[in-house]
Design a protein around this ligand. Structure first.
Ligand code: NDP
Length: 595
């Protein structure tokens, strides 16, 4: 699908290399600051006032950590299988996960709503637009909560502080920051994918005296307005935004419209393709036949992973850009050259779009991404690039070096201080840090061993879900598990898998289930088998969370992989394992049996 242009392959290869090398830093992932200690206030919930309550001492069959899509869908699947004794523990004040926290102006999902929002056929909900706003998605999460009666199961504003396996009782003892003690037969950890915000490690960051916040904790008291109304307190304010990833691409147009002056501090330009937002065609939506959503979800994932289905049902920017899987392992030199050319051409079209839209040639040049299309998440937006034509918007490009310093008054780049009143950190989320750091507690399994100790040399799991010595604990995370453009495709399949394991245990009288070490090693081999193409590809990528900021790989990193093939292939492993029916690769103990 890539357009044909005259390009100089050697020159582009060299340009990509230069841009990549400029950005390599010895501190890799360590460059970012965790939101704790002096930065803990950046993590506070600005949306729901805290409600005090008495500590609980209770028990539940399944304790689900996290009330985002993964946690909610685990609950929905459990209920469908007749398991209604479950508790969803969530630190936020409502369901929604990412869509609870991210309320920044312009926030929306860049994956088509008809494939992204789960269970549309069951709820009967019709998204209002092709790409749903965050506000609509958050409302939909609440609708899911009501439709599937999840609210009575929820414990909001509650943070898990510990989970310890009791081998005699064959139960988990879970504690929370509210003083609760909850005994659970099964624990499903369904949090921790992109939920822990991080700050850029810029010298002086703590000195800034104006208003500063992370995009996932937007301070509308400072900016005025709301996710659906213009920010009416910025007309006399100078605003700085650090970061130009998928979040900033959506927030910048809104800030540009409302701020007196907007300074966009850029380290690496995003690739920004055509969005083509549109209201939902009601007649088309009504004409969809039962089973349409599953088919569409699958068709979308196929269309962005090189499967090239006969019909491209979604046919949008994503499917156009990702139609050719340029990170597949080539079978010949000719194929390698063709894949590289296709990638160059796709990105060249994106670069030429910048020239077509941005009037000042110098600014346009700085906004062009010189990296291959799978190195970072490609963005789609029709208002981001035009924002740079406004006289109040200033691109401050750091030529790959990042912001030099933050002072009491503003942001310093190349020795020049840019004074700002409001500073927005669009600096993303922890992805490659240890899972226990991201979920906020370190489960303790059999024999008092913490998961961080068991994973000291890297993760050990079957399918990224079960592991040895941590009976009845299931994980839904990126570690040794799937990853894809449509995250909810992965989360839905994983939630169904965890619920099915619990139901199987109930049906077969199984008290505990855990992975065997052999199965964990076999799964690692499957992960390695799928990693071939992408592993080679990302080696040439500019730093980012897709390649752990190009940190030198250690033993741990060698095991902390994602399943690099398509989500469909990953979920296929889970589905075949379940269909086989023998719980292969697990050690089980039946109720009443000795361990
Ligand atoms: P990202 O991690 O993608 O972006 C962080 C930005 O901060 C990058 O531009 C980074 O530059 C920049 N940065 C970091 N340190 C510095 C520094 N010292 N000086 C200057 N700039 C710096 O975070 P996002 O929140 O944008 O997106 C994270 C993910 O969230 C996305 O990949 C996507 O998966 C998800 N998302 C999805 C959306 C959707 O529509 N589905 C919308 C928004 C987010 P550099 O690139 O050089 O590292």
């Amino acid at each position: 699908m890539a357009e044909q242009f005259e390009i100089d392959v050697d020159a582009l290869r060299e340009r990509y290399r230069i841009e990549m090398e400029k950005r390599i830093r010895p501190d890799g992932n360590q460059q970012y600051k965790e939101l704790k200690g002096e930065y803990a206030e950046f993590d506070e919930d600005p949306y729901t006032p805290r409600v005090e309550r008495e500590p609980l001492t209770t028990s539940t069959e399944v304790l689900i950590v996290g009330g985002g899509f993964a946690g909610m869908l685990t609950g929905v699947n459990l209920a469908k299988l007749g398991i209604t004794d479950f508790t969803i523990v969530e630190k936020a004040g409502d369901f929604g996960g990412t869509w609870y926290w991210n309320r920044y102006p312009g926030c929306m999902c860049d994956v088509e709503s008809y494939t992204y929002l789960p269970l549309l056929e069951e709820t009967g909900y019709m998204p209002t637009e092709r790409y749903a706003s965050a506000t609509e998605i958050f409302e939909y999460c609440k609708l899911l909560g009501r439709h599937f009666d999840l609210y009575p199961h929820a414990l909001f504003q509650t943070v898990i502080t510990g989970a310890e396996w009791d081998d005699d009782a064959r139960r988990w003892t879970v504690t929370t920051d509210r003083g609760d003690t909850i005994t659970a037969h099964f624990v499903v950890v369904a949090g921790g994918i992109l939920h822990k915000a991080k700050l850029p490690g810029i010298p002086g960051i703590e000195r800034f005296e104006g208003h500063a916040f992370h995009t996932s904790r937007w301070d509308y008291d400072v900016t005025g307005g709301s996710p659906t109304t213009p920010m009416d307190r910025l007309a006399d304010k100078r605003v700085g935004i650090i970061g130009t990833g998928a979040t900033a691409v959506q927030a910048v147009p809104q800030l540009a419209r409302t701020a007196k002056e907007l300074y966009v501090f850029q380290r690496t330009p995003s690739a920004v393709g055509v969005r083509n937002q549109a209201p939902t065609d009601v007649e088309w939506f009504k004409s969809l036949q039962p089973g349409w959503q599953e088919e569409r979800i699958r068709n979308f994932t196929e269309s962005v992973t090189g499967v090239k289905p006969a019909v491209n049902l979604v046919d949008d920017g994503w499917t156009e850009v990702m139609w050719e899987n340029t990170q597949k392992l080539p079978e010949s030199e000719d194929e390698a050259a063709a894949l590289e050319l296709s990638d160059f051409l796709t990105m060249e079209a994106i670069r030429r779009r910048v020239d077509d839209i941005v009037e000042d040639p110098e600014t346009a040049e700085k906004l062009k991404p010189y990296w291959a299309k799978n190195c970072k998440r490609v963005c789609f937006h029709d208002d981001y690039l035009p924002a740079f034509n406004r006289p109040n918007v200033h691109l401050v490009d750091t030529d790959g070096k990042g912001v030099q310093q933050i002072t009491e008054k503003g942001v310093v780049v190349d020795g020049v201080e840019y004074p700002v009143d409001v500073l927005v950190f669009a600096s993303g989320f922890e992805v490659n840090t240890d899972l226990d750091q991201r979920v906020g507690f370190d489960p303790v399994g059999r024999g008092g061993q913490a998961m961080s100790e068991r994973w000291a040399e890297g993760a050990r799991t079957l399918h990224g879900v079960l592991q040895g010595d941590f009976p009845n604990l299931m994980l839904i995370s990126l570690v040794q598990a799937g990853f894809g453009t449509n995250f909810v495709h992965f989360l839905s399949g994983s939630a169904a898998h965890c619920a099915a394991i619990v139901a199987t245990c109930r049906d077969q009288g199984i008290d505990t289930i855990e992975a065997t070490s052999e199965a964990e090693e076999d799964w690692l081999m499957v992960l390695y088998g799928a990693a071939g193409g992408p592993a080679g590809y990302v080696q040439h990528c500019t730093p980012g969370f897709y390649n752990s900021e190009r940190q030198e790989p250690d033993a741990k990193a060698a095991r902390n992989l994602v399943y690099a093939g398509s989500v469909i292939d990953y979920l296929g492993h889970l589905e075949r394992w379940r269909a086989q029916g023998d719980l292969a690769g697990t050690k089980i103990v039946k109720a009443g049996d000795p361990a």
